[in-house]
Design a protein. Structure first.
Length: 325
């Protein structure tokens, strides 16, 4: 979320230099924000704005008391939040009520917001942008790796992919020598989830499978590794918007993606840029991708809209409408 917010802000500022860029300390006074009481746009998820959902909502309400604001809502509450669901839904409802307008990054998220926070809200949908895949030559050889991209945390799908690769190992279906591919997490553990990552390593070792987490990768190194893996995968248990998908596509890859309402929306938005599979079919899909590497690459003819420039234009139109109300 923070990377997306920064890139969007920098892109808006490049085209409209009168806008101000600022990082926000949620614990600071609202009067410390730039612009002396002027309009601001915030990116909100409760986990970044407070110690708990209620305090995060209170921080936003304090800003609303000082100035008008709009917000992009991330990680919208859904029942899979389990014990935290009611508190998160109440917090997002408070943010929606305080804002002059809100953005969601998918119709799926907008539907969740209406269903679980306020049926009166009418969020503007601006999908996460995708950068045009840079011109590149495909590597002559790919690493025999099945990779997931981004922060590691439970529910991201690493366990699902490990299980699928374990099935390949059991049947010898991964290649002629029956050597299963390595499962790789391209990134580091999300804050507080380092023990979960260690448990995943131990689980893989007990099964005789290879698992690696790269740790932090710079943008150039992440791009290089994204183009070296044999099979890019997205396998979240519950996903409402996916920066990982945008990153794979920007690297020129066509990832295997476990089917969900959000991913079906993205497949319709950018046809040919991902391969939908059922969770029960993931092992077979990985085997097919290993046998047909070309299926995991974009041809270059796919439409990648909305791009970053499209997103800026859509946001500017959203702000103009919100300020005119």
């Amino acid at each position: 979320m923070s990377t997306y917010a920064r890139h969007l802000a920098e892109s808006v500022h490049a085209l409209h230099p009168s806008t101000e860029l600022s990082g926000v300390d949620p614990a600071a006074s609202p009067t410390s924000l730039p612009g002396a009481g002027g309009w601001v746009h915030l990116h909100f998820t409760d986990r970044l704005w407070g110690a708990d959902a209620a305090s995060a909502a209170a921080a936003i309400e304090a800003i609303a008391a000082e100035r008008p604001f709009t917000a992009t809502l991330h990680d919208v509450p859904q029942p899979s939040d389990r014990l935290h669901f009611d508190r998160r839904a109440a917090a997002y409802r408070r943010v929606v009520e305080a804002a002059s307008g809100v953005v969601c990054n998918s119709r799926h998220e907008a539907d969740l917001l209406r269903e679980f926070t306020s049926g009166e809200v009418s969020p503007t949908v601006i999908p996460l942008p995708v950068a045009a895949a840079h011109p590149f030559a495909r590597p002559a050889e790919l690493e025999q790796e099945v990779a997931l991209l981004g922060f590691y945390y439970p529910g991201k799908g690493h366990d699902r992919v490990l299980e699928a690769v374990g099935r390949l190992a059991a049947t010898g279906a991964s290649d002629a020598r029956a050597v299963p591919p390595r499962v790789v997490a391209l990134g580091r553990a999300s804050g507080g989830h380092e023990p979960d990552l260690e448990r995943m390593r131990a689980r893989a070792a007990r099964r005789g499978l290879r698992f690696e987490a790269t740790g932090y990768l710079s943008d150039p190194e992440l791009l290089r590794r994204s183009r070296r893996v044999a099979v890019p995968v997205i396998a979240h248990d519950h996903v409402s918007a996916s920066g990982s998908l945008a990153s794979w596509i920007s690297a020129g890859r066509r990832p295997l993606v476990v089917r969900s309402r959000y991913m079906e929306e993205m497949a319709a938005l950018r046809p040919g840029t991902l391969t939908l599979v059922g969770p029960e079919d993931l092992a077979e899909a990985i085997a097919r991708a290993l046998a047909d590497p070309a299926s995991t690459w974009l041809s270059g003819d796919e439409s990648l809209h909305p791009t970053g420039r499209d997103a800026v234009d859509l946001y500017c139109a959203f702000w103009a409408e919100a300020m005119a109300r």
